[in-house]
Design a protein around this ligand. Structure first.
Ligand code: NAD
Ligand code: LMR
Length: 329
């Protein structure tokens, strides 16, 4: 192997998502089959032993692309030289807990992590925040990393995007790969807006192909938007394997690019596009190329979509105001 390993830091490495994620990264599915990776696991001190157990299992897989595993309980060390940072570790929502309750519990985690990324990350660092509330946690980390371009901080709505593809493919009786240009707008929360207005099925308008407004409003949108809560209800724990899979998809697409004629959904720092206030980390349709993302421009937004985008963006603005009041940004 001649290529320099990519340093991938995963926080919350001993958690559920961590366990589903690390083996996929080590097998080459995150960075590609020709890129060795060095895993740097960050945990709280009480969970370091469990992370050591996972590292033993990683060894036992004998992955040819895995250059090594280091374990830390100090963010400054864990993010030193990091190229890809997956910020998963957070307090998961449990039954009956509102997302707003999570802001204070999690805000304190993402400030020091942003500072550590600012202090030690590699010049090309890419950050994906998975831990909830993901958009606002990403905002907190980004605000504490003034020397890192804001565009390098993203939050995950790829799971919502994948859920939307799955629901639409079932309704239309097609495979997920027949569907292009799906969009998730706004927050990774129940206010998100899964938008099929611009989506295409085998090159034709998805909305016209399905032609069922009642299904769209009463079934598709709520099913996608509330899927996280439905999984918690059914499993007694939040989604893990599907979240890890979406994290792999998010970074792989960011690094390797979107396909011609398609786009993906990522929560990125708004430049004011589509009326989303500048600086909020909100989900948009984006294309990626050469390790950079770009918001798809020029889409017509009908009244139905406008109202839903505005509602989700209003929630993001409220979350930002709350963490401001808490002194977290
Ligand atoms: P988990 O409780 O199984 O694991 C979380 C891990 O994070 C634990 O091992 C904990 O010790 C660790 N941790 C806590 N504070 C830390 C810190 N300061 N530094 C490093 N590690 C720390 O939870 P999980 O099921 O793996 O979920 C993780 C997060 O991902 C939750 O916030 C969950 O809500 C979120 N999530 C997001 C999406 C999404 O689509 N964006 C989907 C599913 C879950
Ligand atoms: C999900 O979408 O599955 C999770 O974000 C749910 C949650 O609150 O952990």
């Amino acid at each position: 192997m001649t290529r320099t390993p990519v340093n991938v830091t995963v926080t919350g490495a001993a958690g559920q998502i961590g366990y589903a994620l690390l083996f996929r990264i080590a097998s080459g599915q995150l960075m590609g089959a020709d890129t060795p990776v060095r895993l740097r696991l960050l945990e709280i001190p009480q969970a370091v032993k469990a992370a050591e157990g996972t590292a033993m299992e990683l060894d036992d897989c004998a992955f040819p692309l895995l250059d090594g595993v280091d374990i830390f309980d100090d963010p400054v060390k864990a993010f030193d030289g990091v190229n890809v940072a997956l910020l998963v570790g957070a307090r998961p929502r449990t039954k009956g807990m509102e997302r707003g309750d999570l802001l204070e519990a999690n805000g304190g985690i993402f400030k020091p992590q942003g500072e550590a990324i600012n202090a030690g990350a590699a010049d090309d660092v890419k950050v994906l925040v998975v831990g909830n509330p993901a958009n606002t946690n990403a905002l907190i980390a980004q605000q504490h990393a003034p020397d890192v371009p804001a565009a390098r901080f993203t939050a995950m709505t790829r799971l919502d995007h994948n859920r939307a593809l799955a629901q639409l493919s079932k309704k239309a009786g097609v495979t997920v790969s027949d569907i292009k240009k799906m969009t998730i707008w706004g927050n990774h929360s129940a206010t998100q807006y899964p938008d099929i207005v611009h989506a295409e099925i085998a090159g034709k308008s998805a909305a016209e192909t399905v032609n069922d407004q009642a299904w769209l409003e009463n079934d598709f949108i709520p099913t996608v938007a509330k899927r996280g809560a439905a999984i918690i209800e059914a499993r007694g724990a939040s989604s893990a394997a599907s979240a890890a899979s979406a994290a792999v998809d998010h970074v792989h697409t960011w690094v390797h690019g979107t396909a011609e004629g398609d786009w993906t959904s990522m929560a990125v720092v708004s430049d004011g596009s589509y009326g989303v206030p500048e600086g909020l980390i909100s989900s948009f349709p984006v294309t990626t190329r050469g390790g950079e993302w770009e918001i798809v421009q020029g889409l017509e937004i009908d009244d139905f979509s406008r109202a839903r985008i505005d509602a989700s963006v209003a929630e993001l603005a409220e979350e930002r105001d709350s963490v401001r009041k808490l002194g977290l940004i």
